[in-house]
Design a protein around this ligand. Sequence first.
Ligand code: AMP
Length: 144
Amino acid sequence: MLVQQILKSKGDSAVITISPQTKVSEAAQTLAERRIGGLVVSRDGETVEGIISERDIVRSLAVRGVVCMTETVSEMMTRNPVCCSRQDTSDAVLARMTDGRFRHMPVVEAGKLVGIVTIGDVVKARLEELAMEKTALEGMIMGY
Ligand code: AMP
């Protein structure tokens, strides 16, 4: 399955982005309100500058304490995150997420942000694909 099919199944919804100058406390609030685990960092909503995930915030809280909540997103984010394109396969995306140990991947086309896929989206797509393959194989074996 291609990333573009995953995005379509999610309804091609707009990606929630955050400015690098926003306070980490506000990023945490957005993550909680939107019930998501990561935010693409971008000033214009199109150019991917970084990514900040709940893990970055939890780690900083553990290492440096609550003072990290007053810092800006740019100080905590991962710069130049690994991105994929609409034409990438779910297998390739899953392999890159597994190797890199991250669960979010911005989708970029011609340098512009067009979506985001999570490991949950990719696993769901893969399971659906496997279920269809199973049904097709059963049909071939049973002769219908
Ligand atoms: P996650 O598993 O996505 O919550 O993120 C785990 C760590 O990887 C955090 O430090 C994130 O900032 C970082 N991260 C998340 N997504 C990506 C990505 N696409 N490329 C590189 N690093 C990422």
